[in-house]
Ligand binder design. Structure first.
Ligand SMILES: Nc1nc2c(ncn2[C@@H]2O[C@H](COP(=O)(O)OP(=O)(O)O)[C@@H](O)[C@H]2O)c(=O)[nH]1
Ligand SMILES: [Mg+2]
Length: 308
């Protein structure tokens, strides 16, 4: 457990720094706090990407407690921040569903560059570590390098990849992959798709087509539609969660690239507004850098002040 916590802590170092700094700055002057103090706190919480709603609620809470004389040191607000954020993050999470009657089909969606293919590879590795059999489907036929990238992950993780040609029909590959997953009786089929934007009508239309062909073979599939958002884009990740949440029947979230950025606060903002189950966070590009989302560990990693 200590090992995983250290990965979290290392990955979320910059997020931690930006949030802690905003709390500690409140104690840098010796004067009594006033409206200006709270305004500064609000500004820094917004800058830490916690979102307007969380920022307002947290500031109000801190203000009320300060006025009741309950806050003396930075540790007191860290405690309040930590428990508030843990509560938000803890709500309604669950592991990914497992279909007991055959392949569990997971569809990965998100904008270009968000980390879908990498997360697909990392998730395959994780499932294989758990002793499951996994098949991948390269349904991003739009970008030339995407098929090769997924095949490389297939080699690395040692699982079969169903792929077609660059520019080919993604729905046809999804059809072949579901058929093959049934025939080989694999535990998981993970379908990587092309990055889509609302402005790309052709890519947005491709998704319903993929869904239709999957369901010809496995009527209740996909069992999960995981939206992959790039956490390092801060509030942009929030926008992606809003747009895709409505358009794609998203069932859960993976937030990538939380290593080496100060933007982890956006996970709190997304959870507070959308309340998607957060399944995984990405803390790097290696197979073991996909971590199951653990609300308490996430909050502890942000708020722990020890330096080891
Ligand atoms: N540091 C870091 N890089 C990541 C992470 N996930 C993905 N990447 C990188 O982000 C880039 C885009 O990822 P990719 O999976 O190709 O995105 P896709 O277009 O959504 O399939 C690649 O260079 C990945 O190696 C992560 O969790 N941390
Ligand atoms: Mg990709």
């Amino acid at each position: 457990m200590k090992g995983i916590f250290n990965i979290f802590k290392k990955g979320l170092q910059k997020t931690k720094t930006s949030i802690l700094r905003s709390f500690e700055s409140l104690f840098s002057g010796t004067q009594k706090w006033d409206e200006n103090t709270y305004k500064k706190l609000e500004e820094s919480l917004i800058r830490a990407d916690l979102g307007v709603n969380v920022t307002m609620n947290l500031t109000k809470d801190i203000k009320e407690r300060y006025e009741r004389g309950e806050i003396q040191t930075a540790d007191d607000i860290i405690e309040i921040g930590s428990s508030t954020i843990t509560k938000i993050l803890e709500t309604d999470n669950r592991p990914i569903h497992e279909n007991p009657n055959g392949p569990t089909v997971i569809l990965m969606v998100g904008v270009n560059g968000s980390g879908k293919t990498t997360t697909t590879g990392k998730l395959a590795w994780k499932l294989k570590q758990e002793g499951k059999s996994v098949m991948l489907a390269a349904c991003d036929t739009f970008r030339a390098a995407a098929i090769e990238q997924l095949k490389l992950w297939g080699e690395r993780v040692d699982c079969p990849v169903v792929a077609g040609k660059h520019g080919g029909d993604a729905a046809a590959i999804a059809f072949d992959a579901t058929k093959s997953a049934l025939a080989k009786n694999v535990d998981y089929l993970i379908i990587d798709t092309a990055g889509r934007q609302h402005t790309r009508a052709d890519l947005m239309e491709e998704l319903p087509k993929i869904l239709r062909t999957i369901r010809k073979n496995i009527p209740e599939a996909p069992h999960e539609v995981i939206l992959v958002v790039d956490g390092s884009t801060g509030t942009n990740a929030m926008v992606q969660a809003r747009q895709f949440g409505e358009a794609c029947g998203v069932t859960g979230l993976a937030v990538t690239k939380l290593d080496g950025t100060g933007k982890g606060g956006v996970v709190v903002a997304i959870k507070d507004e959308k309340n998607f189950p957060i399944h995984y966070i990405g803390l790097g590009e290696q197979p073991e850098d996909l971590q199951p989302f653990d609300a308490r560990m996430f909050a502890d990693a942000i708020f722990s002040r020890d330096t080891d």
